[in-house]
Design a protein around this ligand. Structure first.
Ligand SMILES: *Cc1c(COP(=O)(O)O)cnc(C)c1O
Length: 386
């Protein structure tokens, strides 16, 4: 499953493209597209989801002005606080949406894949809340490396399935979860964690995450700062927090959009057109058109491709990409902790470092950074590097 088919010419990528679907998934995906449209049109379901986001997930999250950081970095800095969503990251916005959809479509169980375990935990939380069974596939190596998340998932009532194939990490977990879905799509929904995979997942996940950007826009309006925002910054793994944050601002040409990638997994900066996991997008490839190995200090950014919606925005020139090293991310994380009292996730730290670099070049600018998650899960890794 590691082969990539590529084209050399420039591509306009689309999140709605549907020619890359594995044949066995055609029926469940068709059913999902239909169910999703019905779910969107059902005002009772939509109101119930809004209520879960407010009363359970803790939305709206604050927009915090980082005055000390602004003083040090010579600009005006706002933080959109997804670290305060229940579970500690933006991932629950999407998991609650997809689990509500699964229930609406009459399923009693959800399947999910997880790498470091963040999406597995979010799915387990949402499933527990909504009365669904959750079955989460995770590479056996990751189960061990990320043992607190394995404990969380089991405590939340999810069935955790360690996958021993191959390298026993995310790629094998995705394959195992997909196989399970093919076998059980009559009774099980598949809850996907980012704006990747075959249609309708990229658009659907982006819509479930756009609450981040919609709230930010409204919060900026309330303080009459919307027109003054020069740039937005978000970290990019698959791209769900970035896409949700950027969506309402795409039509505001005065606001630049920056995707901050791990330098060792920079698919926007260094990827080429290819197909992977049922989507055509930018994929990191070696000379033999095999998926290239990636590295990042943050597990959530360690993915060799990026959602087609972001790849498309980048091809149009609307989205700019910055490749951030592990050291730059760690240094920005420490600044935020010391001067603002917030320990963010290692993934998020890439967005901070991107904003810091931008303000060095454009002092006096106003920027908003998406704080995609909190850093408790990363304390051991941060400790090893100090
Ligand atoms: C999973 C994760 C990411 C990366 O995923 P995206 O889909 O790119 O948003 C970023 N930050 C945190 C805190 C995460 O848990």
């Amino acid at each position: 499953m590691t082969e990539v088919s590529s084209r050399v010419h420039a591509k306009v990528f689309s999140e709605d493209a549907d020619h890359f679907i594995p044949p066995l998934l055609e029926i469940p995906l068709t059913k999902l597209r239909k169910g999703y449209l019905e779910f969107l049109a059902d005002s009772t379901e939509q109101e119930a989801l809004q209520q879960q986001l407010r009363s359970f997930a803790g939305r709206a999250t604050p927009l915090t002005e980082a005055t000390a950081l602004g003083h040090r970095w010579k600009g005006r800095v706002f933080l959109k606080r997804e670290d305060l969503v229940h579970g500690g990251a933006h991932k629950l916005n999407n998991a609650l949406g997809q689990c509500a959809l699964a229930k609406f479509m009459g399923f009693d169980s959800v399947i999910a894949e997880t790498g470091a375990g963040q999406h597995g935990v979010a799915t387990a939380i949402a499933a527990a809340r909504l009365g669904l069974k959750a079955k989460v596939f995770q590479g056996a190596k990751d189960v061990e490396r990320q043992s607190p998340n394995a404990l969380r998932m089991r405590l939340l009532g999810a069935e955790l399935v360690p996958v021993h194939d191959g390298e026993a990490t995310l790629k094998e977990a995705v394959n195992a979860a997909m196989r399970e879905w093919v076998l059980r799509s009559e009774s099980h929904a598949y809850c996907l964690g980012s704006i990747v995979g075959p249609a309708p997942y990229p658009r659907m996940v982006r819509e479930f995450q756009r609450v981040i950007g919609d709230e930010t826009q409204e919060q900026l309006r309330q303080i009459s700062a919307e027109e003054t925002v020069d740039a937005l910054f978000a970290c990019v793994g698959g791209g769900s927090n970035a896409a949700g944050f950027f969506t309402p601002f795409v039509e505001s040409p005065q606001t630049r959009l920056f995707a901050c990638e791990a330098a060792g997994a920079a698919s926007l900066s260094k990827g080429e057109a290819g197909t992977l996991h049922g989507m055509e997008t930018l994929v990191l490839q070696d000379e033999d058109r095999q998926i290239a190995g990636t590295h990042s200090i943050s597990a959530g950014l360690d993915y060799p491709a990026v959602g087609p919606w972001l790849a498309g925005l980048h091809a149009e020139g609307r989205l700019e990409a910055l490749a951030i090293s592990d050291e730059e991310a760690l240094s920005a994380l420490r600044e935020l902790a010391t001067h603002e009292g917030i320990i963010c996730a290692l993934e998020t730290a890439h967005a901070l470092a991107g904003a810091q670099q931008f303000l060095q070049k454009e002092p006096g600018s106003t920027v908003v950074i998406c704080i995609s998650g909190r850093g408790d899960k990363d304390l051991n890794i941060i400790g090893e590097h100090s």
